[in-house]
Write a protein that binds this ligand. Sequence first.
Ligand SMILES: NC(=O)c1ccc[n+]([C@@H]2O[C@H](COP(=O)([O-])OP(=O)(O)OC[C@H]3O[C@@H](n4cnc5c(N)ncnc54)[C@H](O)[C@@H]3O)[C@@H](O)[C@H]2O)c1
Length: 425
Amino acid sequence: MKKLPCCFEMSKIKDKSLAPAGRLKIEWAESRMPVLMSLRAIHAEKKSLHGVKIAGCLHVTKETAVLVETFKEAGAQVAWSGCNPLSTQDDVAAALDANGVEIYAWRSLSPEEYYWCIEETLKIKPDYTLDDGGDLIFTVHTKHTEYLSGLKGGTEETTTGIHRIRAMAREGKLRYPLIAVNDAETKSDFDNVYGTGQSAIDGVIRATNVLFSGKNVVISGYGHCGRGLSSRARGLGANVIVTEVDPIKALRARMDGFEVVTMEDAAATGDVFITATGCKDVITKNHFSRMKDGAILANAGHFNVEVSAADLERLSTRKREVRPDNMEYTLPSGKHLYLLAEGRLVNLAAAEGHPSEVMDMSFANQFLSILRLVNESNRMKPDVYEIPRSQDEEVARLKLQSMGIKIDALTPEQSKYLSGWEEGT
Ligand SMILES: NC(=O)c1ccc[n+]([C@@H]2O[C@H](COP(=O)([O-])OP(=O)(O)OC[C@H]3O[C@@H](n4cnc5c(N)ncnc54)[C@H](O)[C@@H]3O)[C@@H](O)[C@H]2O)c1
C-alpha cells in the first residue's frame, strides 16, 4: 500500500475542531428519527449489545451517527469507516470521534485510503459487520480472511451490496450469515424510493441550481430509486424520460405516464441525466457524442461506474470545476458536458444523503438485524437472510405511531374471511 499522507497518519478524521457543528447535525437527525431513538431508549437501558464488537462501513452522515451512537449506548464497541470516498461529512465524523467512537473517515479519500480505513476498523476483531455496498464484506473474504473465524454475522444496506452477497452465496463463497436489510419493505420501498428520489435531485440542484421545470430529465433504471426520482422530477415540472432493460419495469414506467426510450435516443434530447441502475456503462462515449451542449450528468447508483467518467476524460479536450461537485468537460466540437460529483452518488457527495425521517426506518432495521444476529447467528449458516415480516411490520407500526397515524384492525370475522375459501358469490 502507498504510504498515507502524513497529516492522516495520526488522525482518523479530517478535523477534530468540527465536532460541535457535527454534534448539532446529529441532534437534528435524532429529533427526526423517533423509531431508532425509541429502540435506543429500550436497549441502552438493557445494554443488549454489551460486549459486542461491530465494524461498520456506511456513509458517515448525521443519520449514520444516530445509528452508531445507538449501538454504543446499547453497549457495543464500534469501529466505523465510510462506504464512499466522497460521502463523509467531516463534522459528523469529528463529533463521533469526540464521543469516543473509533472512526476512520474523511471526505475525498483516494482508493488506497478508502481501503485503509476499512482495514483499520477490522482491527477491533469484529463479531459483526455492517456494510453498505459490500466492500467491507469483500475485504474480509479476500484480503483479510484472518478475521473470518471471529465473524458471527453481518448486514447489508443497499441493492448493489445485496447483488454482490447473493452472488457470493451462489458461488459458495460466503463464510458467515448476512441479513439483507435493503430488502425489507420498510427499507427499499421508502429509503430507495423517497430518500433517493428527493436527495439525488437535491444533490443535482445544489451542484447546478438549474431549474427542473421545462427540462428533459432522463432517469436510467425504473427500480426503487428510479421510481422515486421520476416522480420527484415530474413534480418539479420536468418532462421525464425513462430508460430500462427490464420489460416489466419499462412497461410500468410507461403506464405511470413517462416516456420510455433507449439511452441512444434519450442521449440526444436529455438536459439532465440521472442513473440509478446498479449496473455499469449505462452512459458511455457514444451517448456523450450525441448529447446537447450543456447536458448535466449525475449518478445515484452505488458505484461510480454508471456514467463512464473515463470515456468523458478520453473524449474531452479540457476540464475545469465550475462549481463544487460540478466538472465541466469540453469536447472537441466545443460542446460542454457537466459531470456531477465525479459520477459518484450525487445525493451523498453533493448533498446530505437521505433525509433523517426515512433513514429512521432503514436504521431501525439495521439495529434490529444486529440484535437478531446476536441472538440467533449461532443457528444461522453462511447464507443471505431476509428480514422477517414481523420486523418489517413492527418498524412500520412504530413509524406510523410516531406520525400520530392510526389504522384499522381486522375483526376476527374479517381475518377468517381473508384466510378462508368457502365464502364466494
Ligand atoms: N443514492 C443512494 O443513496 C442509494 C440508495 C439506495 C440504493 N442505491 C443504489 O441505487 C442503485 C439502484 O437501486 P434500486 O434499489 O433502485 O435497484 P432496483 O433493482 O430496484 O432497480 C434498478 C433498475 O435498473 C434497471 N437497470 C439495470 N441495468 C440497467 C441499464 N443498463 N440500463 C437501464 N436500466 C437498467 C433494472 O432493470 C432495475 O429496474 C443500486 O446501485 C443501489 O445500491 C443508492
